[in-house]
Design a protein around this ligand. Structure first.
Ligand SMILES: Cc1ncc(COP(=O)(O)O)c(C=O)c1O
Length: 305
């Protein structure tokens, strides 16, 4: 990831929490997080005692909208978590944040992604990875916190382990196991080939689905990776198409379980997240799929549309 220091942890959620705690964020502070993302972000913020402030998404990128984020900044905002959803990098520069706001680049879905010539990992104050079973590389479960700041990673390393230390603050047992880490080291050797294969399969979807009426394809951007191939249906009928694909033996899922604002306290409206929730569908994409599999999914989808 091009980053100097790293702390291996038990999960991506724990890496997010310790990134925030290592930045000194806690009670009384506000952290901007997307409403349209995995709920891990909300749980991590809650565990620090800070308040999560939800941000609407951009309908084209599905990442947090820079304009909406700007409108939710207050004097208490101390950090933002950028999700790099489905492998599409978020550029912190486009958010025009005040210098006091720490940027956590959540690369759970974007390991290996680049912004221009830079690894996404170096574009924030800290970067977080997840090695859960469905991720770009896996240890079964696991996570990592990376940063160019040794002060930050040392603070997280201290919090990760309670043993043989004075209980002067609340620490954790948040280490990954040696056995799972050994699997991760082997997976890391294959990450390049996994990413290449995913990009080839995504390009095939692009070719087979391009020009289909009523279908919006994922943003193509140099440096992105393909964790998911997320399409949007113009008539917002994701659920209907999902069930019909399932009837043909094709598992396409909503890429986000539920936008957070439907379940947790929030301020304002989230019209784009609402539309994304109704219209986005994640088509099957993983390195073991064959070109024939992709063709079968694409023709089933075209047929249903
Ligand atoms: C964007 C994002 N951040 C964080 C996480 C949490 O990772 P973990 O499942 O390893 O706790 C996930 C998990 O799905 C994720 O998608």
């Amino acid at each position: 990831m091009g980053v100097r220091h790293a702390v291996a942890l038990s999960s991506g959620t724990k890496a997010l929490e310790l990134a925030l705690r290592a930045c000194g964020i806690g009670r009384g502070d506000e952290v901007l997080i997307p409403t349209y993302a995995c709920s891990a972000l909300w749980h991590a913020v809650q565990r620090t005692g800070a308040s999560a402030v939800l941000v609407d998404c951009d309908l084209e990128t599905l990442n947090p909208s820079p304009e909406d984020a700007a409108s939710r900044l207050t004097k208490r905002t101390r950090a933002v978590i950028l999700p790099n959803l489905f492998g599409l990098p978020c550029d912190p520069v486009s958010y025009r944040l005040p210098a006091r706001v720490k940027v956590i680049q959540d690369c759970a879905q974007a390991m290996g992604a680049r912004l221009g010539r830079k690894s996404v990992g170096v574009t924030g104050d800290a970067c977080v990875l997840s090695f859960y079973a469905t991720k770009l590389m896996t240890c079964g479960e696991g996570g990592m916190l990376l940063s160019d700041s040794q002060v930050l990673t040392e603070a997280a390393r201290d919090l990760r382990e309670y043993d043989e230390k004075n209980p002067d603050k609340v620490r954790e047992n948040a280490k990954p196991s040696d056995i799972l880490s050994a699997i991760g080291r082997e997976q890391l050797k294959k990450l390049g080939s996994f990413l290449k294969r995913r990009a080839q399969l995504a390009a095939l979807y692009d070719r087979l689905l391009g020009g289909t009426a009523g279908l919006i394809l994922p943003v193509r951007q140099p440096g992105r990776v393909y964790f998911r191939y997320v399409v949007r249906l113009q008539n917002a009928a994701a659920e209907k198409i999902r069930t019909r694909l399932a009837a043909r033996g094709i598992q396409a899922e909503k890429p986000v379980f539920r936008p957070l604002h439907l379940d947790v306290p929030s301020r304002g409206r989230f019209p784009n997240a609402q539309r994304a929730y109704a219209s986005a569908l994640s088509l099957p994409l993983y390195p073991l799929l064959s070109q024939g599999d992709i063709s079968r999914v694409a023709s089933a989808l075209r047929d249903l549309l």
